[in-house]
Design a protein around this ligand. Sequence first.
Ligand SMILES: *[C@@H]1O[C@H](CO)[C@@H](O)[C@H](O)[C@H]1NC(C)=O
Length: 267
Amino acid sequence: MRFSSLSTVLALGALNAVASPTRPELAPRATPTVYLCGDSTMAKNGANDGDTDGWGQYFGTYSTVSVVNKAIGGRSARSYWNEGRFSDVASVVQSGDIVVIEFGHNDGGSPESNDNGRSDCPGAGTETCISDSTGETVYTFVFYVIQAAKLMTAKGATVILSSQTPNNLWETGSFSSAPPRFVGYQLTAQKALGTGVYFVDHYQAVANTYQKLGNSATNALYPNDHTHTSPEGASLSAQAFTQAIYQKLNGTTSLSDYIVSNPPTVY
Ligand SMILES: *[C@@H]1O[C@H](CO)[C@@H](O)[C@H](O)[C@H]1NC(C)=O
């Protein structure tokens, strides 16, 4: 259909000296760019220790969009916000693009006791804290994520709030998968935002993958610590994310149409 109508239009164009303006059916299909905002578990080269990698750029293998990995090690939702990194992404995002936001690994602790510049104020709403090291007002994880998502949707982008990856769930030799609070906080933020903002439980997808892999194979993915994986682990994390998006684990997302055909099944 598409090709025959294309050749018909081309043939008509060839008969006319002046081509008519591009017809809608001839316009190249707009392919969005996906921007990834996250921490070392998503960043290229992971913790930059030579052994570990983040999952972000591996996603490019399993999607039909161009992937721009803006993840950076050591960041929390708060510090990514405070450093202006969400604004930097918002300044290049175009209407129709997709922004994935995934934090949690560096968001724990309290800004009121030896604040490290990364801890969010505890709570899932409009609670505020005062940093005991800088005196700044610190907001909750949910607050920072909501502000970040709004920057992106104001530019016409859609946003996927992705829950953080798990740590090594076989660390003790038996499987244990209680999600940290930041997993639920992403869903809380998504519900507060609504239209144009989606949720995917990347934590659950990777947990399911590890459960299927078993004890020794999962432990082998963690060369240094219980948070940062080998490149193989990063690739599995990307595949679990892909499967979750493809199978609509927590509902349809704006990435659902941009997955390669027959993506791998890892859980
Ligand atoms: C996402 O969906 C899966 C499958 O239904 C479910 O197990 C998981 O709890 C959901 N995540 C959240 C945070 O609700």
